[in-house]
Write a protein that binds this ligand. Structure first.
Ligand SMILES: [Mn+2]
Length: 317
């Protein structure tokens, strides 16, 4: 009998959730490709989210289950089990000074994932990276972007981490938008909010979202064929996500947010998502990258469950 491999979280190379590594994207053959974007040059104040991907990878090793996937005792479902195939595609190449080159690398990398039929799951990095990611989805019709965030990110300082949603609203392939979790001080100006409303964005502030509950929030998200989701970790309350550049009290919680993510996966075809703004050095407890890793795994599970039901997995059992 072959010797049992224990594969503890502490052993091996720290790929995302210990999934196999495939950094040559020409050879990519998976349902999901997780990649890092260690970039925080667009952060005007508290930088550090460039360390997010490495730290998320490290803590995610705790949840390495491989082909067995995860049993969810609340939903009574097995998630991310074989034949679902997940790989860690490494990181987008970052130019240390020329952000245009970095942004082009991001767009090209997401395009490559899509051309290989893999769901791109990108780990920021600061929130500016969502704009170059979003550029890559121009092949999709009836596309809605859903954002979880404390901040509207509709600012006018172009290419900062406070402006990606405004830039995305100017992309011709995004006609629908929903923004969940906005609150409190330091968010965008009244004019920025007006610009989002004028675009037609459905804005659901944090308190309202929590009072409505997940079912009502899911209903308010515009119906679309395809969804691209951007999860800023600071949409969560700062007591569960202190490791961010702009922490905010009065935020969302894990149960609510993952329930809404599940609802989005059921509502339409999720074509990709990112999780951004984890800045580990502000959080000595390490709960922020952990919350990031678990949110990513949960959403990947919900998306793949829907693909499984529709017979859309690449490798059927
Ligand atoms: Mn943001």
């Amino acid at each position: 009998m072959p010797k049992k491999i224990h594969n503890l979280p502490i052993t091996g190379i720290a790929s995302f959730a210990k999934y196999p590594i495939c950094t040559n994207l020409d050879e990519l053959d998976a349902d999901v490709c997780v990649m890092g974007i260690p970039y925080d040059q667009s952060t005007p104040y508290l930088t550090g989210s460039k360390f997010g991907p490495r730290r998320i990878r490290e803590v995610s090793c705790h949840y390495g289950r491989g082909d067995e996937g995860f049993w969810d005792p609340e939903r009574q479902e097995q998630y991310l089990a074989a034949p679902v195939r997940v790989v860690d595609g490494g990181d987008v190449d970052i130019h240390p000074m020329d952000f245009h080159e970095t942004f082009d690398n991001i767009t090209e990398t997401v395009r490559k994932n899509l051309s290989k039929g893999a769901l791109p799951v990108m780990m920021g990095g600061d929130h500016s990276v969502t704009y170059p990611e979003a550029r890559a989805f121009d092949q999709f019709e009836d596309l809605c972007i859903v954002q979880f965030d404390a901040h509207l990110d509709f600012g006018q300082r172009t290419y900062t981490n406070g402006s990606p949603m405004r830039l995305i609203s100017q992309l011709p392939h995004f006609k629908k938008m929903c923004q969940i979790g906005m609150r409190g001080l330091g968010s965008n100006t009244r004019e920025d909010f007006q610009a989002a409303y004028d675009f037609g964005s459905v804005v659901i502030p944090a308190r309202q979202a929590l009072e409505m509950g997940d079912a009502e929030v899911i209903k308010k998200i515009p119906q679309a064929k395809n969804y691209f989701v951007t999860i800023d970790i600071d949409g969560y309350d700062m007591n569960t996500a202190p490791g961010v550049g702009s922490p905010s009290p009065g935020g969302l919680n894990y149960v609510f947010e993952t329930d809404v993510l599940e609802g989005i996966a059921k509502k339409g075809n999720v074509v990709g998502f990112d999780l951004v703004e984890v800045a580990p050095q502000y959080d000595p407890t390490g709960i922020t990258p952990r919350l990031g890793a678990m949110t990513m795994l949960a959403f990947m599970g919900f998306i793949m469950k829907e693909k499984e039901k529709k017979g859309l997995l690449k490798h059927r059992s």
